[in-house]
Design a protein around this ligand. Structure first.
Ligand code: ADP
Ligand code: F6P
Length: 319
C-alpha cells in the first residue's frame, strides 16, 4: 500500500475535519501518500482528487463542516457509477480509501470494496443512526448545539408562559431528540422508535397546567412527525398559546465538541491502520470505548434504536 485517498460524503457533521486530519497525518506518519477527494462520490466520478500534505489539514481540527466538501450522488448508487469510481481511483494510483459518512456512504464504500478497492468507513453523521458503534462523529456537537437553543427557547417560553414545540433533525432516528429532551429537561419527547399519542401529550400538558406549570417544551424528532403540524394540533385541541421552532441545519454546523474531535481523531487514525493491515469493507468504530473493526455487512443488517432506557428516564423525570 503506497497511496490512500479520503472523502467525506452525505450530510456533513462537525468533527469530519478532525477525521480527515487524522487520516492524512496518520498516513503521512506511516510513510504513505494521501489524496483528498472533493465532493464525495460526485467529485470522485469527476476526478476531483488532489494530494494532501501535513499543511493541507492544518488549522481545521476546530472547524465544523468538511474542507473536502460533501455531496450526494445518485450516479454512484448504480454499478456503472461504482465501476467508474474505481477506475478514477486506479488512474490516480490509489490503493486504499477511507469514506467518512453515514449509512448511505457506507453502501458506496462497500460497493468499492467488492470491486477490489480496499475501503474503510468512518461513521460521521449527526443522526447517530449507525449500528455497532458507541456513537457517530458529529452527534455530540449537534446535541450540544440543540441544547443551547432549547435553553434560549425556555427563557422566552417562561416569560410568555407558552408551550413550545421544537423539531430537531435525525432523519429516521430519535437519538438527537431523546438526548436533547433529557439534557434540556423537555416536558415531552416524540421519537419514531416509540409509539405516542398527541392526546396523551395534551393530557400531560393539562396536568402540568393544573398544578401551576406555566410553560412546556415538547421535543419532536423529525422522523416522528412535523413539528409545525403537531403545533397546529396542540393549538386546536388545547387553546394554549403554542409556538413552533424547527431547528434545522444549525444542528449540522459549528465547532466540534472535544468529544467529537477526539473520536474523529481516533477513528481516522484507526481507519488508516486497518488499511495498512489489509482490512477492507469494515467500519472503524468504538464499542465500549474500545476501537473495533466491524464488517460493513454486519452494520447493514444489524437493527438499531436509541438507548430506550434514556427514553423511560426522560418520561419519568418529566412527569
Ligand atoms: P449518509 O451517508 O449521510 O447516510 P446518504 O444516504 O445521502 O447520506 O448517502 C450519501 C451518498 O452515498 C449518496 O448520495 C450516494 O452517492 C451514496 N450511496 C447511498 N446509498 C448507496 C447505495 N445503496 N449504493 C451505493 N452508494 C450509495
Ligand atoms: O443526515 C443528516 C441530516 O441532517 C438529517 O438529520 C436530515 O434529515 C438530513 O440530513 C437533511 O438533509 P439536507 O442536507 O439534504 O437538508
Amino acid at each position: 500500500m503506497r497511496r490512500l485517498a479520503v472523502l467525506t460524503s452525505g450530510g456533513d457533521a462537525p468533527g469530519m475535519n478532525a477525521a480527515v486530519r487524522a487520516v492524512v497525518r496518520t498516513a503521512i506518519f506511516r510513510g504513505l501518500e494521501v489524496m483528498g477527494v472533493r465532493r464525495g462520490y460526485s467529485g470522485l466520478l469527476n476526478g476531483e482528487l488532489e494530494p494532501m500534505t501535513l499543511g493541507s489539514v492544518a488549522d481545521i481540527i476546530q472547524r465544523g463542516g468538511t474542507v473536502l466538501h460533501t455531496a450526494r450522488c445518485e450516479a454512484f448508487k448504480q454499478p456503472a457509477g461504482q465501476r467508474q469510481g474505481l477506475a478514477v481511483l486506479r488512474q490516480h494510483g490509489v490503493d486504499g480509501l477511507v469514506v467518512i459518512g453515514g449509512d448511505g456512504s457506507f453502501r458506496g464504500a462497500w460497493a468499492l470494496a467488492q470491486l477490489g478497492m480496499p475501503t474503510i468507513g468512518v461513521p460521521g453523521t449527526i443522526d447517530n443512526d449507525i449500528p455497532c458503534c458507541d456513537v457517530t462523529i458529529g452527534f455530540d456537537t449537534a446535541v450540544n448545539t440543540a441544547i443551547q437553543a432549547i435553553d434560549k427557547i425556555r427563557d422566552t417560553a417562561t416569560s410568555h408562559e407558552r408551550t413550545y414545540v421544537v423539531e430537531v433533525m435525525g432523519r429516521n432516528a430519535g437519538d438527537i431528540a431523546l438526548h436533547v429532551a433529557l439534557a434540556g429537561g423537555a416536558e415531552s419527547v416524540l421519537i419514531p422508535e416509540a409509539p405516542f399519542s398527541l392526546d396523551d401529550v395534551i393530557r400531560k400538558l393539562q396536568r402540568g397546567v393544573a398544578r401551576g406549570k406555566k410553560h412546556s417544551i415538547i421535543l419532536v424528532a423529525e422522523g416522528a412527525g412535523s413539528g409545525i403540524e403537531i403545533g397546529r394540533y396542540l393549538t386546536q385541541h388545547t387553546g394554549f398559546e403554542v409556538r413552533v421552532t424547527v431547528l434545522g441545519h444549525i444542528q449540522r454546523g459549528g465547532p466540534p465538541t472535544a468529544q467529537d474531535r477526539i473520536l474523529a481523531s481516533q477513528l481516522g487514525a484507526f481507519a488508516v491502520e486497518l488499511l495498512r493491515q489489509g482490512a477492507s469493507a469494515k467500519m472503524a468504530a468504538t464499542q465500549g470505548g474500545t476501537l473495533v473493526a466491524v464488517d460493513l455487512e454486519t452494520v447493514f443488517t444489524t437493527p438499531r434504536q436509541p438507548d430506550m432506557r434514556l427514553y423511560e428516564l426522560a418520561n419519568m423525570l418529566s412527569i
